[in-house]
Design a binder for this molecule. Structure first.
Ligand SMILES: [Zn+2]
Length: 119
C-alpha cells in the first residue's frame, strides 16, 4: 500500500477514491503502489466528488451469489467519473448511456456500494 490512510467504499467508507501520479499526472481507479503508466511510486489518493457520465451499462438478471439474489435484476455500468477515470458501479434503473449521474451509497448484500443515478 502507499502510505496514505484514506479508505473507500470497499472498506465501508462512503467515498470513491482514485489515484494520481505525482510524476506524469495521470489518474486511475484501482489502488496501486506505483503508476501504471510510468511506474513511478509518487502516488497520491484523492476523493472523487462522485459525478460522471454513463459510458456503458448492462442488466444483471442472475445474481452471482445467494446473498445478492434478492437484488436481481439490477443494473451495472461503467461511469466516466469527472476526475478522469472510469469505474464499474451500480446504476439506477432507467439510467441511459450518456446520462449525467451522481453517486450515493447503498447497502448491497453485506457491503455498501456506490450507486449512480440521475439527479
Ligand atoms: Zn506516472
Amino acid at each position: 500500500m502507499s502510505g496514505d490512510a484514506m479508505s473507500d467504499w470497499t472498506e465501508g467508507t462512503e467515498a470513491i477514491l482514485y489515484q494520481r501520479c505525482g510524476t506524469c499526472s495521470r489518474v486511475w481507479y484501482f489502488r496501486r503502489d506505483f503508476c501504471p503508466h510510468c511506474g513511478d511510486t509518487k502516488v497520491v489518493s484523492y476523493r472523487a466528488a462522485g459525478s460522471g457520465t454513463v459510458h456503458a451499462m448492462t442488466r444483471v438478471a442472475r445474481a452471482p451469489s445467494e446473498a445478492l439474489r434478492a437484488h436481481a435484476p439490477y443494473v451495472i455500468g461503467l461511469v466516466d467519473v469527472d476526475e478522469g477515470f472510469r469505474m464499474m458501479a451500480h446504476l439506477d434503473d432507467g439510467v441511459r448511456i450518456g446520462d449525467r449521474v451522481r453517486a450515493r451509497f447503498e447497502t448491497f448484500g453485506d457491503a455498501i456500494v456506490p450507486v449512480f443515478g440521475t439527479d
